[in-house]
Design a protein around this ligand. Structure first.
Ligand code: F6R
Ligand code: ZN
Length: 195
């Protein structure tokens, strides 16, 4: 791993970094139980295990003082009427923040705290989103044709807690209604039990 300063470019049109260490691909089969409409999920999965999103990571030591960073790309699509989205997570070290810069596309970042506060912020090309410590986060692509592409950076020691969201879901869902995105309450949501 480099000790010296380094830079990389984002190659267009895909915004794939000219240099990266890890390429994570999340498919429909990795999202079991995450979409509200289980029947629509199973029906889609039986046809094809679609690629929903990808992350290109630059590897850094997972210690305080380092910044983990990379590019996340959420593809367009829906399961039932719910837009394609990331799994979403708390950081294991819960008092660590994250910053996102949207490069392309449109969508929402759905966020919440263990205390049950929630927030949904719009994502659009050129906008910067600050996710404060303690806020779980999930990105949602609301475009019908474009990728949602974001640069992200967060502390090296943050870690990821997916389990809480897998069990409880997020408090808000982003669905399509009358051809437009709408933020609705998640009927399955319950107050999480994290520290
Ligand atoms: C890192 C972070 C992003 C996500 C990426 C994929 O802390 O928030 O890099 O990891 O958007 O989402 P998840 O990790 O929820 O599958
Ligand atoms: Zn994160």
């Amino acid at each position: 791993m480099k000790k010296e300063p380094f830079s990389f470019d984002l190659t267009t049109p895909g915004f794939i970094p000219s240099h990266y260490d890890n390429h994570i691909q999340r498919k429909l089969s990795n999202m079991k139980g995450q979409y509200l409409n289980h029947e629509a999920y199973e029906a889609m999965l039986s046809e094809k295990d679609l690629l929903l999103y990808q992350v290109y990571e630059l590897e850094r030591p997972q210690i305080e003082g380092e910044l983990l960073h990379g590019i996340s790309i959420v593809h367009p699509g829906k399961v039932g009427n719910e837009f394609f989205m990331t799994k979403g997570h708390y950081h294991t070290v819960i008092d660590t923040a994250e910053i996102y810069y949207t490069l392309k596309g449109q969508g929402y970042m759905v966020m919440e705290t263990p205390e049950g506060d929630c927030a949904v912020e719009e994502l659009k090309a050129g906008s910067i989103l600050y996710v404060p410590p303690r806020w779980a986060h999930r990105s949602v692509n609301t475009s019908s044709e474009e990728n949602l592409v974001m640069f992200f950076a967060y502390p090296g020691n943050a870690g990821h807690d997916y389990g809480t969201i897998e069990t409880q879901g997020f408090r808000k869902l982003v669905v399509e209604k009358d051809g437009k995105p709408e933020i609705v309450d998640n009927p399955r949501w319950a107050l999480p039990e994290v520290g």
